[in-house]
Design a protein around this ligand. Structure first.
Ligand code: M5T
Length: 630
């Protein structure tokens, strides 16, 4: 029996630690976890300059280590583990990433860099839940990272060399081991010590708690714990919902968490839920001093009832570029934003307060400021800006969704009702005006950019020399692919109206030479030759009939051995994944297509001679399917 209720959830599962690190094995063994060790063969050679922040490198490496083991066990050993854990520890100093030294000189170089200074130790962790359906491996990836700051004292050359000659630095990131002799070099540690040793146990447990016991607002939420609650109260957290149905949903939240959009892994729950209802008529208070209702509230339903208000608040703040106005500024008062944007003070204040309450802004007595996530995702020039998609949601999807009822009754798209005209097909709607076209392209670019790395790395594509991204729009995925695969050339094939407008979205030079844009209609024109055909968010727009037309065209130009890569939000067979199901409604109101399950895609592909269909659930907005022409 393990002490920890969350780790207890792993007892009945086949858990594999994809790591050769004796420290990781020790940390997990010490808390009673039973697991198999299968060291990963993934070579830690990802190009560091491709990652905006050091922790992203550690997380990606951890993920690749775990994915490699999960795949190998499934394919070679015919044993599918339930859970695979991968980790990667790096040291970061002066914007440089330090891994394990290759020799003594390298260790000296690293330790000299750390000497007398503070540095960060990041461990990226990937937890992969695996399952096997029809002998196909399906995986759900959850990842996170932990940072600990460590400061070295001023150390003499002699001491550094003495330490290096001890042999301790050689298998350790940054060239030291804090848990042994290296501990003598360290002046202070801020954060999780075990994270420096190689595994952030506390964060790992919180992540498992998020996965297995999603926090429920159903119960009274008047206590915030930064550690894990005790066993008997824990079961109350599941709120009567099945573990599995929560799992996928929560995974999404957990991912957005790792990108900073949600609050931390802390757990909110009632210390003793029964006390909520056994109290007298005096209402209990939550941590904000707000009385708790004596009635058991259907919080999930209430949240859904109000969901559109929150969406619209986000849309309007984005449309009015409030997040842009707040970028790179200290706290700003509502009146100043109202003046700058040209809106009423009272309306602006209400909107900003709502955004702050929704976690999109920080509010202090000095005014409002953006959170880091808001800068990254909500400003129009943020690194992973979703601004384009939000404006598309406000201006295009919102009117369409007001006709969801008609769409459900009629089983067909509602563009004519929402926009007053009937176009022959979806893209005629989008491209009828320059404004709508650019808005649509910006929206597609937002999602493609946010998902590109996960799509590009879901499978090892290094064997391909040429790829053709059909409907590749602005080329966001193509650019990511050529960055990751140095031998790959990608042709982006899209309608002439699209290709003529791609220049605005191009990244600064570098690898752009290996991306070519070709215009054409994939239903009518000849397709460029390639070893790999990519269809990202394309098939979900079309009916099965149109998909057959497209796949038979691809099949006709594909030589045996050529492959197709699909990137779509794949429905789980049980149809429990609400993001994909809501996306399917989104398809209903505007297209003739729908979201499909892995088995549905497999069946479509197999009819055109594409076999060995492999599916990867990435944890991002798009999943990836790869298959080969035989
Ligand atoms: C800073 C520090 C690091 N380490 C070890 O450094 C290795 C990092 O390398 P990795 O690539 O993350 O792991 P690995 O050892 O190569 O194993 P694998 O997971 O198979 O790649 C891990 O061992 C860690 O404990 C310590 O033991 N103490 C410390 O103070």
């Amino acid at each position: 029996m393990v002490l920890h209720p969350v780790l207890g959830k792993l007892v009945s599962k086949r858990v594999v630690l994809a790591s050769a690190s004796p420290r990781r094995q020790e940390i997990l063994t010490n808390v009673g976890l039973r697991f198999e060790v299968v060291p990963s063969w993934f070579k830690e050679t990802l190009e560091k300059s491709y990652f905006a922040a050091p922790y992203e490198y550690a997380v990606e490496t951890a993920k690749q280590k775990a994915l490699e083991v999960a795949n190998r066990m499934h394919v070679k050993h015919l044993r599918t583990p339930d859970v695979v854990i991968g980790a990667d520890t790096i040291v970061s100093v002066d914007e440089q990433i330090l891994e394990k030294p290759v020799d003594k000189q390298d260790a000296y170089r690293m330790l000299s860099r750390l000497n007398g200074k503070e540095h960060s130790v990041f461990t990226g962790v990937a937890i992969i839940h695996c399952s096997s359906k029809d002998n196909q491996l399906e995986m759900e990836v959850t990842d996170f990272y932990e940072e600990t700051k460590v400061k070295f004292s001023d150390l003499s050359e002699d001491l550094l060399w003495e330490y290096i000659h001890s042999g301790e630095p050689m298998d350790k990131a940054g060239g030291y081991g804090i848990q042994a002799l290296g501990g003598m070099l360290v002046e202070y540690v801020h954060g999780d010590f075990l994270n420096v040793m190689g595994f952030p146990l506390n964060h790992f447990c919180k992540k498992l708690a998020e996965l297995y016991y999603p926090p429920s607002k159903h119960n009274v939420q008047h206590k915030k714990y930064d550690s894990i609650p005790s066993v008997d109260t824990f079961e109350n957290l599941s709120d009567g919902e099945s573990e599995s149905s929560n799992f996928t949903e929560h995974k999404g939240a957990s991912n957005s968490d790792s990108s900073g959009m949600c609050s931390s892994g802390s757990i909110y729950y009632s210390e003793n839920s029964s006390s909520v209802r056994t109290g007298f008529m005096v209402p209990l208070e939550n941590q904000n001093g707000v009385p708790e209702s004596a009635t058991k509230l259907p919080s999930k339903i209430l949240e859904l009832m109000d969901g559109f208000r929150a969406s619209k608040a986000l849309f309007v703040a984005s449309k009015l570029k409030m997040f842009d106005h707040l970028k790179n500024k200290g706290p700003v008062k509502a009146v100043d934003i109202a003046n700058e944007v040209g809106t009423s003070v009272c309306g602006t204040e209400r909107l900003l307060d709502a955004c702050a309450a929704l976690g999109l802004l920080e509010k202090t007595p000095q005014g409002y400021s953006n959170t880091d996530s808001t800068n990254t995702y909500l400003t129009s020039d943020g690194e992973y800006s979703l601004h384009g998609y939000i404006i598309h949601s406000n201006d295009h999807l919102w009117p369409l969704f007001t006709y969801l009822e008609s769409a459900v009754k009629e089983g067909s798209r509602q563009n004519h009702r929402a926009f007053g005209k009937k176009a022959e097909d979806l893209f005629k709607d989008y491209y009828h005006s320059q404004e709508v076209k650019q808005r649509f392209m910006a929206a597609m670019h937002s999602i493609a950019h946010l998902t590109a790395r996960d799509v590009a790395t879901a499978f090892d594509l290094s064997r391909f020399k040429s790829a053709c991204d059909l409907g590749g729009c602005t080329g966001a995925l193509a650019h990511e692919l050529v960055q990751i695969y140095p031998n790959l050339k990608v042709t982006v094939f899209d309608l002439p109206e699209v290709i003529a407008n791609t220049s605005y979205f191009q990244p600064p030079a570098q690898h752009t030479a290996r991306v070519t844009f070709v215009s054409g209609d994939f239903f009518k024109d000849n397709l460029p030759e390639a070893d790999l055909y990519i269809l990202s968010r394309v098939l979900h727009d079309w009916s099965d009939e149109k998909i057959h037309v497209l796949l038979s065209k691809i099949s006709a130009v594909c030589k045996p051995g050529c492959e197709i890569l699909l990137a779509e939000m794949v429905l789980d067979d049980e149809k429990k994944r609400s993001t994909a199901l809501l996306q399917s409604l989104n398809m209903l109101v505007q297209t003739e297509g729908k979201e499909r399950s892995g088995s549905e895609y497999r069946a479509l592909l197999q009819q055109h001679g594409f076999t060995n269909v492999k599916i990867r659930v990435t944890g991002n907005l798009l999943d990836v399917i790869l298959c080969i022409k035989t």
